[in-house]
Design a protein around this ligand. Structure first.
Ligand code: ZN
Length: 271
């Protein structure tokens, strides 16, 4: 049975990212205890419990439905590959699932209400990475995991993908000025993902990939200016406390929660 709260992982992440953001800050004026930081600490410790149970249910149900239709020859062929090749394939396939689900969450007004909680981040840092509505997290992650289980990737390959995803999802939100040089087209960086969160018109609905920016290049959604964004967040009134954010998608006014592209021209959205 997995731990409901992985205190060791939380500690390791905090011990890496708190000093890193102090040593190489992108927005120097941003305090460690910026607005709503305690709310994001709550996400860090408790959101994962809902997500774990939700994913077990969704991935389990989908596999139960589709499992019998997957040819054994296919899963055997996948498993017979060396681990390094399986890990690379798993990363690419999972991020395609992430890209598609993420783009759908931006395009469908009802789903955007869930995703707007994540886009309500106005000061980017490692802690803010955890502010994701459980429904958003469960469905988007399931879109990544289901193809991996369906194709029969080994548990080692899936574990490598999970470790890379976890590290990178925190890193790309962090308040650090680390740049990747030419690798920025291959590997998601803070530069790539900060633009996804920018509250600037040119950045709306850009940079959907979790780990591989070239998926956005293929999808026609890549934005990679050299400078970094000045302003993050959304203009719609996402509430500030965890329990309010949980129910927000169900009670939000349909007009205010619509993706910006379809809302009033003066409005703005980011993530
Ligand atoms: Zn988004």
């Amino acid at each position: 049975m997995f731990d409901l709260i992985d205190f060791k992982a939380v500690l390791v992440i905090a011990l890496i990212f708190i000093p890193l953001e102090q040593l190489l800050p992108l927005h120097r004026e941003q305090a460690m205890t910026r607005r709503h930081w305690l709310n994001d600490v709550f996400y860090l410790f408790f959101n994962g419990i809902l997500v774990k149970f939700g994913m077990l249910a969704v991935v389990g149900a989908v596999m139960l439905l589709i499992g019998r239709f997957i040819p054994e020859a296919l899963t055997t062929a996948v498993q017979s590959q060396p681990l390094w090749l399986q890990a690379i394939e798993a990363l690419v396939i999972a991020d395609i699932g992430f890209y598609v689900a993420h783009r759908i969450f931006h395009a469908v007004p009802f789903l955007w209400r869930f995703h707007a909680v994540h886009h309500s981040i106005e000061e980017m840092d490692w802690l803010a990475a955890h502010r994701v509505h459980p429904v958003d997290q469960i469905l988007t992650k399931s879109a990544s995991y289901v193809p991996l289980f369906a194709l029969g990737f080994s548990s080692e390959a899936i574990l490598i993908y999970i470790l890379i995803y976890h590290w990178q999802s925190v890193f790309i939100h962090s308040n650090t000025r680390i740049k990747f040089g030419p690798l920025k087209w291959l590997v998601a960086s803070p530069q790539f993902h900060h633009w996804h969160h920018a509250n600037e018109r040119q950045a709306y609905d850009k940079n959907f990939a979790g780990q591989l920016p070239f998926l956005d290049l293929i999808g026609g959604t890549l934005l990679m200016p050299d400078q970094m964004p000045e302003k993050y967040g959304v203009d719609e009134p996402v509430p500030q406390l965890y329990h309010q954010q949980l129910i927000y998608p169900f009670v939000a006014d349909a007009g205010s929660a619509a993706p910006i592209a379809e809302a009033a021209p003066a409005a703005a959205k980011a993530e």
